[in-house]
Write a protein that binds this ligand. Structure first.
Ligand code: ADP
Length: 436
């Protein structure tokens, strides 16, 4: 029991003793009137005491609620709170700290906090603590703590020295999950970079192989074609109908194979490097592509409309011309047989930058092929000439420029629109073909 505290019955006997003393000092009431006044006084005094008692009970209740609130706030806070002495010893710690360090409060209080920091990071932590105590300003530190958990414990510590300069208040925030994810992300990124490098290397090798094979095959093919022609001449009119048709097949197959080899060679030569220049006029590049296609355009009396507000872009003129030529040529090639081809080349500007398009009123492309047609040798309409390389080249050129290409079409008979993005650099002025 507390020394200064007096139990209920002790208090009573003390009061009685005091009263006896007082009774001895004071003489008995002189009259009945005096006795009545005394009783009244006592009754009032008793009521006063009861009121005081009520107030005290109320104050105790408030105190208890405040204490409960404080305990709840401090102990059950989602963040660890500690108080450290100047020498780094723990004087107080809330429940979050015990959970975080997987220990009990009795094993924390009185020990130096640095002992719970991972050994490799202790020197850095001590330096941080010394700086905090010196400066009396809020400081923070991030580092690993000792832990038995599978995931290493990594925390952020915010510390502030009390105004007395004798203690330091510390908050600990668990960053283990964030740290784990950061490390995972860095590892995946490194893996991706190395994968990408290997992929690039293997692509270069494949392209070199492709080039060598297509180049080397051209020689024997020329021999086959040459000898087929020679044989036809040699046999002259004496050739039977069957032999003539066989020779015809050989020559057609030879021509087709030659075309394929030419396209493959072009594909492997579509270099990965682009010679980028700023402020390149896409309008001029498009006009050149149209000029190169004048035979096809005239043959189908195609209507080609180029927007007069195409902006300047950052790009390689030769490659972009090749890209435009391919897209416009396809727009004419895959036109509806009974409709005059209409090809519109334009731009759209949005918050994400410029998007360009080549739109036609042709035979359209079913949704299932919107991705595939950009792959090598993928052809949808085999009734028309072609080898399925054009769009693969177009995609490669756009990607080498850091852009994206895709097609939109409501399906067969509804035309197609090829969209692509390009960097426009800092200068976004637009120049019409006439201005150049
Ligand atoms: P190619 O024209 O030599 O077949 P591409 O790679 O240029 O090769 O095109 C691949 C396929 O995409 C074409 O065979 C065709 O089926 C389809 N295609 C391309 N452009 C269009 C277009 N503007 N309209 C409809 N289909 C198209």
């Amino acid at each position: 029991m507390n020394k200064g505290k007096i139990k209920g019955h002790d208090l009573r006997s003390l009061a009685e003793k005091q009263l006896q003393g007082k009774t001895a000092e004071t003489s008995a009431p002189a009259s009945e009137e005096q006795a009545r006044r005394l009783v009244h006084e006592l009754e009032v005094h008793q009521i006063e005491l009861e009121m005081q008692n009520d107030e005290l009970r109320q104050a105790r209740l408030t105190l208890e609620t405040t204490l409960a609130k404080y305990t709840d706030l401090y102990d059950f806070a989602p963040v660890g709170y500690l108080t450290l002495e100047r020498d780094g010893r723990i004087t107080e710690a809330n429940l979050a700290v015990t959970t975080l360090l997987d220990t009990v409060r009795s094993k924390l209080v009185g020990r130096r906090f640095a002992l719970f920091v991972a050994p490799g990071a202790r020197a850095a932590f001590n330096a941080f603590l010394a700086k905090t105590l010196e400066g009396q300003i809020s400081e923070s530190w991030e580092g690993p703590m000792l832990s038995e958990r599978a995931t290493p414990l990594f925390v952020r510590i915010e510390a502030l020295t009390c105004t007395s300069g004798l203690k330091c208040r510390v908050a600990i925030i668990d960053l283990s999950l964030r740290r784990h994810l950061q490390l995972e992300l860095a590892r995946t990124h490194a893996e991706l970079v190395s994968h990408d490098a290997r992929l690039k290397e293997s692509n270069i090798k494949l392209e070199a192989f492709n080039y060598t094979v297509s180049h080397d095959l051209k020689g024997p093919l020329a021999t086959i074609n040459g000898f087929a022609e020679l044989l036809e001449l040699e046999l002259g009119n004496e050739t039977s109908e069957k032999a003539r048709s066989c020779l015809d097949f050989i020559r057609k197959a030879g021509r087709k194979m030659n075309e394929l080899l030419e396209d493959l060679l072009e594909w492997s030569q579509t270099g990965r490097t682009v010679n980028l220049v700023d402020n390149l006029s896409l309008a001029a590049v498009t006009a050149e592509a149209v000029e190169l296609l004048h035979i096809q355009i005239e043959a189908r009396t195609a209507d080609i409309r180029i927007s007069d507000s195409l902006p300047l872009v950052k790009g390689d003129a030769k490659r972009l011309r090749e890209m435009m030529q391919n897209l416009i040529e396809n727009a004419i090639k895959y036109a509806n047989p009974l409709t005059r081809p209409l090809v519109e080349i334009g731009e759209e500007n949005s918050a994400n930058g410029w998007t360009f398009y080549v739109r036609d009123n042709g035979i359209g492309i079913p949704a299932a092929y919107h991705e595939k047609i950009f792959d090598l040798f993928e052809r949808l309409h085999t009734d028309r000439d072609g080898s399925g390389i054009g769009l693969a080249i177009v995609r490669r050129i756009i990607e080498e420029h850091g852009g994206r290409i895709w097609v939109e079409s409501a399906g067969e008979g509804h035309g197609s629109t090829f969209f692509f993005t390009l960097s426009t650099g800092s200068d976004l002025q637009s120049v019409s073909p006439e201005e150049e």
